[in-house]
Design a protein around this ligand. Sequence first.
Ligand SMILES: [Mn+2]
Length: 402
Amino acid sequence: MTRLTAGLVQLTSGPDFGPNLTAAAEQVRAAASMGASFVLTPENTPILEPDHARLRALVPGEGEHPALATFPELARELGIWLLLGSTAVAVEGEDRLANRSYLFAPDGRTVARYDKIHMFDVDVPDGQTYRESATFRPGARLGPRAIRAASASLAELAAFPFGFDPFDTLSVIDWGDCFLDPHHPGSIPGAIADHARHVLATGAKLLTLGGDHFVTWPLLKAHAERHGPLALVQFDAHADVWEDDGGRFDHGTMMLRALREGLVDPARSVQVGVRTHGASDYGVDVLTAPWLRRNGPEAALDVIRRRVRDAPAYVSFDIDCLDPAFAPGTGTPVAGGPSSAEALALVRGLVDLNIKGMDVMEVSPPYDHAEVTALAAATVAHDLLCVLARQSGAEGRSPGRL
Ligand SMILES: [Mn+2]
């Protein structure tokens, strides 16, 4: 048996790399001198600096990055494995930053590097005060952390059935949680929209993990400001178009509000998996769950492609689209929905769309079992990233007959 002694060194996180590096190198040396053969150093990043121009000026590219000049050499000198986590680097030739991690071997080689997944959380710090807009079972505020945890199981092998690692093609950052003030619930929609605007202003695409589906409304607002009226592709047991007095925090009315505000173009939009009644379809093409079962995912994709065409598209995946057998952990489950296999076939078929934004919502861990729902949601989120990677030219070996 080999005994592994690991050290965890927290770098000072601040805008200036210089003192950070000196302090971190000292701590890495100290850990190694105490017998650590594997040292982890998370958070070497000023990436939360809100002023984007200032942030860009602070963060160098890989070629001139002081951390990348220092740490591989330190790993070699000390003969240790060194994991450098969350390092902000400027992406060469592009106006954006990556939140990148590196693994250095005891001979100083860089043996792994990856970019963190770009998602933001709609977690509410004090659940006692703000209980989401759940109509039935609360708990969706805990969804993002469950999806993140379940997503770890998808990291090891090439993405199935794509056959590539989406992070070889995409630069992906986990932007962390969106801070929401539970004591001022009225500030929450604005806080979410501002957070989204900030991310979108960098030119990045946003994949949001929820969270209550109400969150999609401020997200649609931020996306529509940038791209114009959106083609909504909504996977959901509910159309979420019940009447609203205009001020509700309601995960069952926000799509009607988005339609009335012109954020969504109904003529280009499709809802898939619906199995509840609204007052009207409001001009959206609704593919109910029985229709989907009878006609299959390929027919649904055909409708989606012909309707959305080249319009800027927003994909919103409410996990309750899935049958409760495949997603029990959600606030308002409805029997009679598609399987995860059918839903994944739909998601994987979205490659022809001009996708501008995405979300995966309504995972409620208190009602989940064996991470069934969280894993389904993580796979949907992961496959949405694979769709973007394929659009950016990623290709992979087929795993067999598909
Ligand atoms: Mn919904």
